[in-house]
Write a protein that binds this ligand. Structure first.
Ligand code: 13P
Length: 282
């Protein structure tokens, strides 16, 4: 059933867990993500990246994902991820997304706040959950390049307090050494900073770039107040590896696309259920 993203997150937190959010580029993966969440009965978030939403069929995909959410046996929300284009945000919400990460992190602090305020005005009348990003998470949401975390863009706890008060956001994505894509070397997460941010705000925190973080690090982040964890690279890479192993044999056997799709969705479902099982506080 379609459920508000903040409700999914707070319910996960009440049971000492974080909700998982997975990037979906297509309908079959989205259905597999819901199946993977259904294994444990968890709520889950279907993420659509802005590059996908802006393709010619992007809005059709969002409508399809909303249908998946509406009919799912577990709580599901559809979120437009990392969006800064107000027109794309409006279109995607009208197509059925019920949450948006309004991402003004690439501009300055005041510009980030102004973008959130504009988005809120634009979406007045829609029941939409807003997430914001404060500080800057390095890397590309859609590409698994090796990225080193920079110290310049880390979230400042005092700013976080002011930012949440002025924008009224429902969730806050933090930059604490996490990056999108693959980590260059050992990830170094600034847990003291995370604790200070968690003490400064009352909204749930969001950890982007979870792919490649050790399980104990993720557990510690959940114990500190992270209520939602975004995953793309880990799921995408597992599916691609499975396809690399499956497609050559399928071509030899007469190229049965249905069996290839099944290996794709089985892999996505199993990965999601495995990853969600690890999203518990220590
Ligand atoms: P990863 O690709 O590093 O898992 O990050 C995904 C993400 O944070 C999407 O918002």
């Amino acid at each position: 059933m379609r459920t508000r993203l903040d409700t999914i997150v707070r319910s996960a937190q009440r049971s000492g867990r974080a909700a998982g959010a997975f990037t979906c580029y297509d309908l079959a993966t989205a259905a597999a993500v819901v199946d993977g969440a259904g294994v444990r009965g968890d709520g889950v978030v279907l993420l659509v990246s802005p590059s996908t939403a802006a393709t010619p069929y992007g809005q059709t995909l969002v409508r399809a994902l909303r249908t998946v959410a509406d009919h799912a046996p577990v709580p599901v929300s559809v979120q437009l991820d990392h969006a800064s284009d107000l027109d794309l945000i409006r279109q995607t919400v009208e197509a059925g997304a019920d949450a948006v990460l309004v991402d003004g992190s690439k501009g300055g602090y005041e510009a980030n706040i102004a973008l959130l305020q504009e988005a809120r005005q634009l979406l007045a009348g829609h029941d939409v959950v807003l997430e914001a990003e404060l500080g800057r998470i390095e890397g590309d949401e859609d590409v698994a390049a090796q990225i080193a975390a920079g110290s310049a863009g880390l979230t400042d706890p005092a700013e976080a307090r002011d930012f949440v008060a002025r924008t009224g956001v429902d969730l806050l994505a933090v930059s604490i050494g996490n990056v999108h894509g693959s980590y260059l070397g050992e990830p170094v997460i600034d847990h003291e900073r995370l604790d200070a941010i968690a003490s400064a705000v009352t909204v749930p925190l969001v950890l982007h770039g979870a792919s490649g973080l050790p399980a104990h690090t993720v557990r510690r982040c959940i114990a500190s107040g992270v209520g939602k964890i975004n995953v793309n690279t880990e799921l995408r890479t597992a599916v691609l590896e499975r396809l690399a192993a499956t497609v050559p044999a399928a071509l030899v056997k007469g190229a049965n696309l249905e069996s290839v799709m099944r290996s794709w969705t089985d892999e996505a479902r199993d990965q999601v259920s495995r990853i969600l099982a690890s999203f518990a506080a220590e």
